[in-house]
Ligand binder design. Structure first.
Ligand code: GLU
Length: 551
């Protein structure tokens, strides 16, 4: 035992704290029963791709559903994946979806919460406390094998068709005496720290995955690296066990690529004496491509795989979250259909309703949801929500919207608020094409989209008669439409579509053709929301001005 203590001291001379002292700094969390503590644990790569974003959303949702805590931990032990300002990029991406961690890193250098540091490179001493403890207990040891030696072992294993790895008789340094190890360390030889696995490959262990159910594995018997040699930082495995223990994570949601590592984690939790968290291993985010083939959503091929897509398009975060919920839980869509005005917080996420085979991403569906969502906002809400986006991406419209706030809200209000609101906008970037013609400042370089009636003289005649004889801004909608019909009768157009369909040859056209002439002359567009409302909002003088533009 004395030897092990000496070995541990020489390996970790800076560690003065004991495990017990350290653990006191990470007390149990004071949370209600059933509260989930979840975390998003990316490398600081500067961006979040859609797969990770979905998992961050699910972490966030699980915590919110249970009055728990969702925190952001930065896993920067793989220094090759670290980029400058990588945390800021991640926070910005999360913010696009309004996923704001309760705890953890809040900027490149600052953090919030008492379970930190929330960035792994600043936790080195913590990992060393546990690694030292394991060495002292004979459950971890220094390994001096060079890359060349490890390659040779691998070749032999391949040749013998054996399992690849550092285990059993292949784990050469496992049997080094403490004295030999101490001597080699004193000589300055480089080493990693390995777990001295207590496992037997012939035993079975079971993972009760929260979404996948029971998965059986052989027990781990690999002496995996827990502390690397150059930077003396931990491997993912070791850091995972220690961090999720100290931070009291209740459920670890992570990509399915980690499933095969579970036996390692199971053993680490056991030898460290920690209670294992629950796990949910999430499927990939997939899409069906043009050929109907399911494939992984690709950042290179699919614009919607980048979080910047949502920001640049101007999709309200709440709408995107509704969409993420539809791909996270197979029963959400049905719930949402029967609760179309329902809020996300009213739906509880269910791990068992997550798809093991992957979540299917479908932009069409996303836009259906966002259209629905935007159509149910009030004009005021839409104005407030879209203004910051305009400021960043459409300054011209931003200035008009701020110059004429009430007028803009009145435009937004056309065909809004009823049982069946118009669904023109899938994102804020669609707004311009829906309303630009309502601003005189933008009403130039026009391309009039006349349809059936194109003859200039006829158009002028219709407009002239309509606006001098029939149009009255104070008419209610019914009177207004009746007058359009009256004019049809006067000019030889069918005011009744049924009559027109029976005998089209008896008419020059029909009431729809006449409405189109008025619509196009005033807006230049053949498709707009309610013409009656548009005319009312523009007012007589501006209508007159617009007519005068038609030569
Ligand atoms: N840093 C790990 C990754 O990016 C996190 C996995 C986990 O959530 O535990 O894959």
């Amino acid at each position: 035992m004395m030897d092990l203590k000496e070995l541990a001291d020489i390996m970790f001379p800076d560690v003065v704290e004991t495990r017990e002292e350290l653990e006191k700094k990470y007390p149990e969390r004071n949370l209600p029963d059933g509260a989930e503590v979840t975390r998003f644990a990316p490398s600081p790569t500067g961006f979040v791709h859609m797969g990770s974003l979905l998992s961050a959303f699910e972490d966030f949702k699980a915590a919110k559903d249970t009055n728990g805590v969702f925190y952001l931990r930065i896993e920067d032990t793989d220094t090759e994946r670290t980029v400058e300002n990588g945390i800021t990029g991640i926070l910005t991406d999360l913010k696009t979806f309004d996923i704001v961690p309760d705890e953890g890193m809040i900027s490149e250098t600052e953090e919030k919460g008492i379970y930190g540091p929330y960035i792994q490179s600043k936790r080195k001493n913590i990992y060393h406390v546990y690694a030292k403890d394991l060495v002292q207990k004979g459950l971890a040891y220094p390994c001096f094998c060079t890359k060349k030696e490890l390659d040779e072992t691998r070749e032999i294993q391949e040749l013998n068709k054996e399992r690849i790895g550092y285990y059993g008789s292949y784990a050469k340094c496992r049997c080094l005496s403490c004295n030999d190890a101490i001597e080699r360390i004193k000589k300055g030889e480089k080493y990693v720290v390995r777990l001295k696995s207590q496992g037997n490959f012939n035993n079975k262990i079971v993972l009760e995955d929260r979404m996948r159910g029971r998965i059986e594995f052989p027990e781990n018997d690999m002496d995996i690296v827990i502390i690397k040699s150059n930077d003396r930082l931990p491997t993912y495995h070791f850091a995972h066990a220690i961090d999720d223990h100290l931070m009291h994570t209740t459920t670890v949601m992570r990509g399915e690529e980690w499933i095969p590592s579970y036996p390692i984690h199971h053993e680490l939790f056991k030898v460290l004496g920690f209670k294992e968290p629950q796990y949910a291993h999430l499927g990939l985010v997939l899409k069906i491509d043009e050929e109907g083939v399911r494939r992984k959503l690709s950042k290179r091929k699919d614009p919607e795989a980048s979080v910047s897509f949502y920001h640049e398009k101007g999709i309200p975060p709440e709408a995107t979250k509704l969409y993420l919920m539809t791909i996270a839980n197979s029963n959400f869509e049905e719930w949402f259909l029967s609760n179309p005005t329902g809020k996300l917080k009213d739906f509880k996420m269910d791990f068992e309703k997550m798809s093991e085979s992957g979540s299917l991403f479908d932009v069409e569906k996303l836009f259906n949801i966002t259209k629905n969502y935007i159509s149910r906002m009030t004009a005021d809400e839409l104005y407030d929500a879209s203004l910051p986006w305009m400021k960043e991406f459409d300054h011209e419209l931003y200035e008009l919207m701020t110059k004429y706030p009430d007028y803009t809200k009145a435009i937004f209000n056309i065909e809004r608020g009823g049982e069946k609101p118009r669904k023109d906008y899938a994102s804020f970037s669609d707004i311009r094409s829906g309303i630009w013609y309502m601003y005189d400042e933008l009403f130039k370089n026009l391309n009039y989209e006349y349809q059936k009636i194109t003859d200039k003289e006829e158009i002028k005649k219709i407009l002239n008669i309509y606006f001098t004889k029939y149009y009255d801004i104070s008419d209610d909608k019914e009177t207004w439409f009746n007058k359009v019909k009256l004019m049809c009768d006067e000019l030889g157009y069918a005011s009744n579509m049924k009559d027109y369909k029976k005998n089209p040859e008896n008419y020059k056209g029909n009431v729809a053709d006449i409405s189109t002439v008025i619509r196009v002359s005033i807006t230049s567009k053949s498709q707009t929301p309610d013409l009656y409302e548009i005319l009312k909002l523009l007012g007589k003088d501006r209508i007159k001005k617009r007519i005068s533009l038609i030569d």
